[in-house]
Write a protein that binds this ligand. Structure first.
Ligand code: NAP
Length: 256
């Protein structure tokens, strides 16, 4: 076993059903694979069917169960159809991870209506649509975990990301409110705020900017997708039943 494998936390999610948005690459792919390796049946959601299938194949090659549901997470009807199909087949949803997200960075004076609307829809409206549908199922079952991927940009802001920061701060307020609404039904709702994590989203910043970022991070490196996935795994585990409405930041000390 490698050091990397030894380091990962061990959680048994056998018999649980999980849904992960944005599972076609990056953090979402890692979360889906991690939940699958822990024994959950994982439904992988994003728009790119081919990439989603790659995620599902990794899960099945590890002996797990995965399905692919291509869906645009901002489309109300598509999300409702997805839930109807999912519940008809699997009856229950235990874990929802709202991870799908985009950036359209530019300074405020130059930001277009489209750049604002696209980011708010993909990052925040999607969390509302999926959580609303999941809450109906989870409240009836009197169990469930909703884990929302926010960002340090939603806590401290970041120049060029007024749209993104607003969407991620919105996720925090949403998480705290819905946690209070659902706590008595044993449904927990928490947010994770990653700092800078190595994915295609951060690759797009270019090597020079990333070097500057690493200098600003007290840990002097980017986070890994596996570090974020392990936090999701913990919040999805039985050990985290009394944690709700919280914001867990994983940022190498950036916001310390
Ligand atoms: P990424 O590599 O760009 O992946 C984004 C994922 O979201 C993809 O699977 C993409 O799939 C999906 N997605 C985007 N728009 C969608 C839509 N309309 N419908 C369905 N799926 C959609 O990003 P990442 O770095 O893994 O980030 C994942 C999450 O973590 C995001 O919410 C991001 O804001 C957050 N985050 C990332 C970092 C970081 O440093 N990387 C830091 C803090 C927070 P398709 O394109 O196939 O649809």
């Amino acid at each position: 076993m490698s050091d990397e494998t030894n380091r990962r936390i061990q959680v048994d999610l056998s018999g649980k059903r999980a849904m992960v948005t944005g599972a076609s690459r990056g953090i979402g792919k890692s979360i889906a694979v991690t939940l699958g390796a822990a024994g959950a049946t994982v439904v992988c959601i994003a728009r790119n069917q081919e990439k989603l299938q790659e995620t599902a194949d990794i899960i099945t090659q590890q002996g797990g169960t995965a399905e692919v549901y291509p869906c645009d997470v901002v489309d109300t009807d598509a999300v409702q159809n997805l839930f109807d199909k999912f519940i008809e087949k699997w009856e229950r949803l235990d874990i929802l991870v709202n991870n799908a997200g985009i950036t359209r960075d530019t300074l405020l004076p130059r930001m277009s209506d489209e750049e604002w609307d696209d980011v708010l829809s993909t990052n925040l409206r999607s969390v509302f649509l999926f959580s609303r549908a999941a809450s109906q199922v989870m409240m009836r079952a009197r169990t469930g975990r909703i884990i929302n991927i926010s960002s340090v940009s939603g806590r401290m802001g970041n120049p060029g990301q007024a749209n993104y920061s607003a969407s991620k701060a919105g996720i925090i307020g949403f998480t705290q409110t819905v946690a209070r609404e659902l706590a008595s039904r044993k449904v927990t709702v928490n947010a994770i705020c990653p700092g800078f994590v190595a994915t295609e989203m951060t690759d797009a910043m270019g090597p020079a900017v990333l070097d500057e970022v690493k200098k600003r991070v007290p840990a002097k490196r980017l986070g890994t997708c596996e570090e974020i996935s392990d936090a999701v795994l913990y919040l999805a585990s039985d050990s985290a039943l009394y944690i709700t409405g919280q914001v867990l930041t994983l940022d190498g000390g950036l916001t310390a």
